[in-house]
Design a binder for this molecule. Structure first.
Ligand SMILES: Nc1nc2c(ncn2[C@@H]2O[C@H](COP(=O)(O)OP(=O)(O)OP(=O)(O)O)[C@@H](O)[C@H]2O)c(=O)[nH]1
Ligand SMILES: [Mg+2]
Length: 355
């Protein structure tokens, strides 16, 4: 099974610069002509890029040291050596790159088009052509290439999910994500089935608007003190735009559960409580009685926007997705559906254009 790795240290070394050449033109009757040693090539860079199909850093478990190709040495006839090839390493979107030695954040991959040259290749050495002077017509030396940059890096993944599903163990979080996204997490009737986050993509309005949802392990009271699976996985919902608090509707006290979850979240990061959220009661199929469900909803409606669903049967899931659109993404959907209207508010009034 693929293991979920969200933090790992690696070493990268850019390519060494190629050496400059010591070389002399061959001329008739002259043992050595003028110097014509070319420059060495630049060493290859180490480049980091996001890969949308990676959700974990586990591929770095097996190999942790990387080196780009060295530049080639210069040769005679003033020919420069070839540049060393760049080495590209892929990371999941949401990976932050730290310098392990200084602790500095070097880069944060938040969009798929980014790339980051993390270690620059060493400069090639100058060939002996450059060292000819009035006092030395036949320089018998050239510069060596410079070393490529070396970095000791810490890759730290914070999944870039748009929505996080938070709840007690067994609430049905994994069932829900399996129904509204393309993810296929493990689902079972015992606590702590999910041990690491699952990410899924919801496609809305055909393919025009899509967002990602993270299903995380269940949270119990004291999680912030390491009880249950702890809270370190909450880093993966730190950047969400909205939170779905999911409850087993047959829970004895939903309000108390809600407060406990909020309390644990705020212990980890108080900003999480400022995100928009929905309160969702799951498993209403258990009694299948609309009046009873309505009563339950009205009992907790002071907590926020409350919806009732059955993740397992698929009841009210479209309503839930619409509520997510409305509560978490309204502005973004406007931009996608009416790009002109949202733009024209900032533009000058339209004028007749010459044809
Ligand atoms: N009756 C009913 N059962 C459900 C519903 N949704 C989930 N379940 C069941 O509840 C149990 C727990 O579901 P999961 O989706 O694994 O719950 P979870 O919240 O991901 O649990 P953890 O990963 O342990 O935190 C499973 O037996 C599911 O089949 C539902 O709408 N109705
Ligand atoms: Mg689960």
């Amino acid at each position: 099974m693929e293991s979920f790795v969200d933090e790992i240290a690696i070493e990268v070394n850019a390519g060494h610069g190629g050496a400059g050449s010591v070389h002399f033109r061959r001329e008739k009757y002259v043992e050595f002509g003028g110097p014509d040693g070319g420059d060495g090539g630049i060493g290859g860079n180490v480049i980091l890029r996001p890969n949308l199909s990676m959700y974990t850093l586990d591929k770095y478990l097996s190999k942790r040291k990387f080196k780009a190709e060295a530049g080639f040495p210069g040769v005679g006839d003033n020919c420069s050596g070839k540049k060393g090839e760049d080495l590209t390493l892929f990371v999941p979107l949401g990976t932050q790159i730290y310098d392990e030695e200084t602790g500095d954040l070097l880069f944060d991959f938040v969009s798929e088009s980014q790339e980051f040259v993390v270690a620059k290749g060493g400069r090639g050495g100058k060939g002996n052509t450059h060292f000819k002077s009035s006092t030395n017509q036949t320089p018998r030396f050239a510069q060596p290439g410079e070393a490529g940059e070396y970095k000791f890096l810490r890759l730290s993944l914070k999944l870039l999910a748009d929505v996080g599903i938070v709840g007690l163990p067994n609430a049905g979080k994994s069932t829900l994500i399996s129904k509204i996204t393309d993810a296929h997490p493990k689902i079972a009737g015992y606590a702590f089935t999910t041990l690491s986050p699952n990410l899924g993509v919801v496609k809305r309005r055909g393919d025009i608007f899509r967002f990602t949802v993270a299903d995380i392990p269940g949270i119990i009271e004291g999680a912030s003190m390491g009880i249950g699976l702890g809270l370190s996985f909450l880093r993966h919902i730190e950047r969400v735009k909205g939170i779905v608090y999911l409850f087993d509707a047959s829970s004895l006290d939903i309000e108390e559960d809600f407060k406990m979850l909020q309390n644990e979240l705020s212990t980890y990061n108080p900003e999480l409580l400022e995100r928009p959220y929905l309160v969702v009661l799951n498993k209403i199929d258990v009694w299948d009685d609309p009046t009873f469900t309505e009563d339950l909803i009205s009992k907790v409606k002071h907590l926020g926007t409350v919806l009732a669903i059955s993740a397992d049967r698929g009841t009210n899931l479209e309503t839930l997705l619409e509520a997510m659109d409305e509560t978490f993404f309204k502005a973004e959907i406007e931009k996608v559906l009416h790009p002109k209207e949202s733009k024209s508010t900032q533009e000058e009034p339209a004028q007749d254009e010459p044809i």
